[in-house]
Each structure stands twice: as C-alpha cells, then as structure tokens.
Design a binder for this molecule. Structure first.
Ligand code: URA
Length: 237
C-alpha cells in the first residue's frame, strides 16, 4: 500500500487535503468501484479511483523537464539560495511530489535542461559515471574559437583530474559560439576545459541530456511534465 486516500486525492486533484477528506466523508470517492469513506484508507497506484464521474489518475513517479534560469541552485534545499525544486514547486498549479530532486547538477549561472524526478532508480542509472551519458551544451566564449580547439576537445584535456577529459564533441556555430557534448560531469567541467584552452565561458546552457532535448517552447524558468514517450525512452537507456 503506497499512499493514503486523502493524500492521493489532494495530490492529484485541485482539492486541498481538508477538502479531500470532506469529499471522501461525503461519499464522493470510489476506489475500485466501492465508495470509500475513510480518508486514511491506504491504496496503491494500481487502484482505480474516481471522484464523481472523473477518474483521478495518480502517478508514483513524476518526471519534470525544467528550463533552468540562471540564479537558482541544483539542489533540493539550501540555506541561502533558491533551489531548482523550490523554484518549480512555487510555480506549480498542482501538488508536486514531496521527494523531487534534480537529476544531476548545473552550476548556479548555467541555464537549460534539468530533469527533476523522485525516481531514484532512474536517476541512479542515468547519473552513474560509468554510463557516460552524453550532455550537450550551447557555449558562448569570450573570444573566437577555432579548429584547434575542436581537436583539443576531442583528444582530451588536463583539467587537473586524475585522467584527461574524455573525448568531447565540439561544433562551432559562429565565431565565439559552439555546441559541446561531453560524457562526464566533473565540477565546472566545461568552464575548466575552456580555461585549459585559454578561453572563458561567458554563457552556458544545456540543450540535451541522454538524447532528451530541451523543449524549445519552454521559456527560461518554465517546466512541464515529461511525456509518456520521453519517460519510456529514458527507461530504455
Ligand atoms: N560544465 C560547467 O562548467 N558547468 C555546468 O553547469 C555544466 C557543465
């Protein structure tokens, strides 16, 4: 048994917890075809729940695509800063899972694709360093980039770690802009890689992770739930 009925109703409808309790006591909620009158009854996510004529569909896990703005930190709680989880929660019209966390990290000043979830298994699989999940970034530098940089990114750089960086794929867009795809996630990795080439990152935005593309219709600071296809896709990885 996964969740209390009153919590289920308040999590997956517009009702508050006390309104959910009242709806249950008033006999408006049916579980597997039977009227349920106990707010504290336990149910699992496979049970069928109806409120009036409407099915109340709940999901065990939530998966959110967030277009992270600069200025928020990739954490669940922080003493001083606004976290991505707080940011998304405060802008959500509906209840979000209590145990959401960001799947991976972006620096405070980095923008773009961040997935939030409460599916620990998926996060564990995708974040495992052994997996070498590709992450693609749009990068703006302080100066022009050239084909030597592309080659050096490919052959690996000494950023002060035990090993050289793994081959990174760089596509020059114009003078000082490029896409860079890396398969690791060391602290400040891209900034440190460009530092090695004597260049400074002045803008960084993640546009893709593990083949999942940032939805271009999401403005900075906006989010949406992943689609069924996107979730299924991530589960196949
Ligand atoms: N590399 C960085 O330097 N910062 C990020 O946020 C992500 C990759």
């Amino acid at each position: 048994m996964d969740i209390r009925l009153d919590k289920y109703i308040s999590d997956f409808t517009e009702l508050t917890r006390s309104e959910a309790k009242k709806a249950i006591r008033d006999g408006r909620v049916r579980v597997n075809g039977e009227t349920a009158r106990k707010p504290n009854a336990k149910l699992s996510f496979s049970d069928s729940v109806f409120m009036g004529e409407e099915e109340v569909v709940g999901e065990r896990y939530q998966y959110i695509m967030f277009n992270k703005p600069a200025g928020v930190v990739s954490a669940t709680v922080d003493r001083d800063e606004t976290t991505v989880v707080e940011y998304v929660r405060s802008r959500s019209p509906r209840h979000l899972a209590k145990d959401l966390f960001p799947m991976g990290r972006l620096d405070k000043d980095t923008r773009g694709l961040l997935v939030l979830t409460n599916d620990g298994d998926m996060a564990h699989r995708l974040l495992s360093p052994a997996r070498h999940v590709p992450k693609k970034y749009y990068v703006v530098l302080d100066v022009e980039i050239n084909s030597t940089d592309v080659e050096q990114m490919r052959s690996g750089l000494d950023i002060g770690e035990k090993h050289l960086t793994k081959p990174a794929h760089m596509e020059i867009i114009s003078g000082n802009e490029c896409f860079l795809t890396i398969t690791e996630g060391k602290y400040h990795q891209i900034k440190r890689m460009f530092r090695c080439l004597g260049k400074t990152v002045v803008g960084l935005k993640r546009v893709e992770m593990a083949g999942l593309k940032l939805d271009e219709s999401l403005a900075e600071g906006e989010w949406r739930f992943l689609t069924e296809e996107e979730i299924e896709y991530l589960k196949t990885l």
